[in-house]
Design a protein around this ligand. Sequence first.
Ligand code: UDX
Length: 445
Amino acid sequence: MGATTIVDPLRISVIGTGYLGATHAVCMAELGFEVIGVDVDPSKIEHLTAGEVPFFEPGLEELLRKNLESGRLSFTTSLADAAAGADVHFICVGTPQHPGSNSADMRYVDAAVSGLIAGGLRPGSLVVGKSTVPAGTAARLAAWLSEQAPGVELAWNPEFLREGFAVDDTLRPDRLVFGVAPDGTAEATLHRVYASVIDAGTPVVVVDYPTAELVKVAANAFLATKISFINAMAEVCEATGADVTHLSKAISYDTRIGGRFLHAGLGFGGGCLPKDIRAFQARATELGAGQAVAFLAEVDAINLRRRTRTVTLATELLGGDVTGKKVAVLGAAFKPNSDDIRDSPALAVADALRRAGATVAVYDPAAIPNARRTYPDLTYADNAVDAATGAHIVLHLTEWTEFRELDPNALTAIVAARTVIDGRNTLNPAQWRAAGWDYHALGRP
Ligand code: UDX
């Protein structure tokens, strides 16, 4: 074990060690705190304790090992240990879409709070919610805590981390949002926790609970809307013969619009944007403000239509019937540099074609083990060339760098037909066409 260097005696617990929680625990230890990470899943805890990150996140494993070595970071399945042993408790559990409705499933957040209460939270300690929750949750939990654990405060500190950039987004965030109750000490405690991040120039926005909760969903709703806006333009481009990639570039030079999240293609997926825009509508409707976010239903519909459009285009290019046709799918993760397949557009398209009778071979650099568990009926290949062997069509559906670097000439001899759909608009059409491929893309002639 290396030497322990604790920069601040505040002890931190992190409840839930998924993408968000594992990253947060490691980064809090990196900032110099003593940190205990808690999860109900013993296998996650075993992996983390052994220095292994149970998901794909560049840079996280090195930092995990370094902080385990330092002795500042440990993991447990015992919420009681965390409750009694730490001063600040970050709640980082999931709030997935509720089965059978659009609202967020709050059972894991509620279980975390009730576990902390049962474990004996100490008066003077602070519970900090990071999970994305419906507006009103923090007030409800604060009331619960004041009844069951007097002297314990609650704050809401939403996270904005992107998978694939999780460490950087945690240690060098764009902004920190502290949702606090008036007259408490939570703001001062959060300033202590994030002292070095704030000293580095990160802006801090201090707000009330509902604003903090809404900041997160509003940010994700805006990002989803921006993507669906450009994908709606892609639909119009398809109807007019225009090219959405040029359209997007041209409007992006207007700094009021900007070019980020304006990339047209198969649309968004993942564990956040789709379920967050649905939960936002559900909650706003409950609060009588449903009309204000009714447009998010259209944002969702535009996004899902890109998947249908890709399936329809592939079917057309295969002669109207996919039965017995071999389809190569490049990409399974919902985005590159991730092994996350939650609501993956690539797998939704792959599975729709399989259900229609095609034989679908999927290759992804990181997400195959996860994809295989959820979609056991798809076929999986060890590399892009194997997936493409004998294929009647190649679908590029997640924009990993290695796909952009594929040489279309190298695939020419092994496919049954040189037809490609670029679902992410990142392949070079001139290069593919020069190699004799019939190149199609979403939103481009
Ligand atoms: C998102 C938010 O960015 C993050 O701030 C929040 O905390 C969690 O949700 P993440 O789900 O990791 O993060 O993915 P992100 O990088 O935002 O991408 C979301 C989806 O949009 C991906 O499927 C991506 O392929 C797609 N996308 C993104 C586009 O289709 N076009 C774009 O221009 C940008």
